[in-house]
Design a protein around this ligand. Structure first.
Ligand code: GDP
Ligand code: IMO
Ligand code: MG
Length: 432
């Protein structure tokens, strides 16, 4: 009877997918608690790569039940596409093992059109969203006018609801943004087709999780995005619209905090960000290009969802420490340590300067954050390729010292270090 939550400790794309895949091997259920198909989670097993956007990363483990929780926003057309793609690759996506929360909100083509129109109207202040309709769908949820997954089980009402929804959004699209309206009948037809396929997946997942926890099941909560993209605790307004932090797991799955026994933060050994917003350790020079890679390797830093090049920079421990505090992290997983092989020295930021003042905590205002300069300390680098190493003691001493320094600065133990994208390219340490 326990819940283990995995959260992103930076700006997303930390490698949560592969970490969830690892822990799924010890879990009965993997339940994703927030976000939508703005997420792109990569799991690589035996050279086969799975890019998951909505379906939890536990799906690659046969026998693990996957829950799409009520905190998510789900585009039915995208979910059908993703389930079909998995089935074609021989993955079991039977409704007995994939459950969609009846209270998850739906993303429609109208939300996607609005996302694009709003971004265009922001001009230079654009957030750089994934244009998946995330913001508009959560806006409708908060406004209590959204469509929920449970409605897909009532075809007679659903089509009418969708039509009315599109008509309402058409007014905003054309009158406020001067954008093309959508055809309500066409959208209702498309969504009705998807709804017929998805209705068997819809369930009261909060009740299901409660019953399973009472029966002794172990549940892995899968976060999407990262702490710095959280609507409440991230670098507002350059955030997503969901609760990416551990609180989102409680509300997004409908479980009590008493069940949560472990909260693992995933942090890359350096920092990346996609989209706009402050990034104190960003490197816009050839070092940043080297961290990103050319796109030649599957793990190079190009968005899983949008293909956009990710902004790259050195590890920022102000962020990771913040994530440790906000989420009450019990442990950390450090991913992509292999990418740092070959640097003579590796800078780590542990504070900022702002107008001559030293800041050791994340500023709460983006106007301040965007003008912060990182204060670096430097540790020795290492030459060796470490992708084949599986024991901490076999890492070059400088790589071990880097991990030890992260632990010290975060105040949280490192439970795992990963040295390549494959499932087994991981160094596990005992977690008490
Ligand atoms: P997520 O959104 O947090 O699940 O992360 P993404 O899947 O978007 O991005 C992480 C990328 O890094 C993926 O291409 C992974 O296959 C890759 N990756 C994860 N861990 C490692 C690692 O330890 N080494 C290398 N080289 N690549 C990794
Ligand atoms: P995973 O789960 C990285 C970013 C977008 C943009 C901001 C808002 O793969 O880590 P949105 O479309 O959510 O309204 O965009 O959030 N963003 C992500 N960045 N990884 C993600 O997901 C992201 N999901 C959203 O780039 O800056
Ligand atoms: Mg990702």
């Amino acid at each position: 009877m326990s819940v283990h939550v995995v959260v992103g400790a930076q700006w997303g794309d930390e490698g949560k997918g592969r970490v969830v895949d690892w822990f799924a091997g010890q879990s009965d259920i993997v339940a994703r608690y927030a976000g939508g198909d703005n997420a792109g989670h990569t799991v690589q097993v035996g050279g086969e790569s799975f890019k998951l956007h909505l379906v939890p990363s536990g799906i690659v483990h046969p026998g693990v039940v996957c829950v799409l929780g009520g905190g998510m926003v789900v585009n039915p057309l995208k979910l059908v596409e993703e389930l079909d793609g998995l089935e074609e690759r021989g993955v079991d996506v039977d409704p007995a093992r994939v459950l969609l929360a009846q209270n998850a909100h739906l993303i429609t083509p109208a939300h996607r059109a609005l996302d694009r129109a709003k971004e265009a109207s922001r001009g230079r202040d654009a957030i750089g969203t994934t244009s998946r309709g995330i913001g508009p769908a959560y806006t409708d949820k908060a406004a209590r006018s959204g469509l929920r997954a449970g409605e897909m089980c009532h075809p007679e009402r659903f089509a009418e609801r969708v039509k009315a929804h599109v008509e309402a959004h058409n007014r905003v699209l054309s009158e406020i943004y001067g954008a093309e309206p959508l055809d309500p009948t066409q959208v209702a037809w498309e969504l009705a087709q998807a709804a017929a396929l998805l209705a068997p997946y819809v369930a009261d997942t909060a009740l299901y999780l409660h019953e399973q926890l009472e029966a002794g099941a172990s549940v892995l909560g899968e976060g999407a995005q990262g702490t710095l993209l959280d609507l409440d605790h991230g670098g507002y307004p350059y955030v997503t619209s969901s609760s990416a932090t551990v609180g989102g797991a409680i509300t997004g799955l409908g479980i009590g905090p008493k069940h949560v026994e472990r909260v693992t933060g995933v942090a890359k050994a350096f920092t990346t960000r996609v989209g706009a917003g402050p990034f104190p350790t960003e490197l816009t020079d050839e070092v940043g290009d080297r961290l990103r890679g050319t796109g030649e390797n599957p793990w190079d830093e190009f968005g899983t969802t949008t293909g956009r090049p990710r902004r790259c920079g050195w590890l920022d421990m102000v962020l990771v420490r913040y994530a440790a505090r906000i989420n009450g992290l019990t442990d950390l997983v450090i991913t992509k340590l292999d990418i740092l092989s070959g640097f003579e020295a590796i800078p780590i930021a542990n504070a900022y300067t702002y107008e001559g003042e030293t800041l050791t905590e994340l500023p709460t205002e983006h106007q301040v954050f965007s003008r912060c300069q990182p204060v670096y300390e430097s540790v020795d680098g290492w030459e060796e390729d470490i992708m084949g190493i599986r024991e901490l003691d076999d890492l070059p001493p400088a790589a071990r010292a880097y991990v030890a320094r992260i632990e010290e600065l975060a105040g949280v133990p490192v439970a795992q270090v990963t040295v390549g994208p494959e499932r087994e390219q991981a160094i596990e340490r005992a977690y008490a």
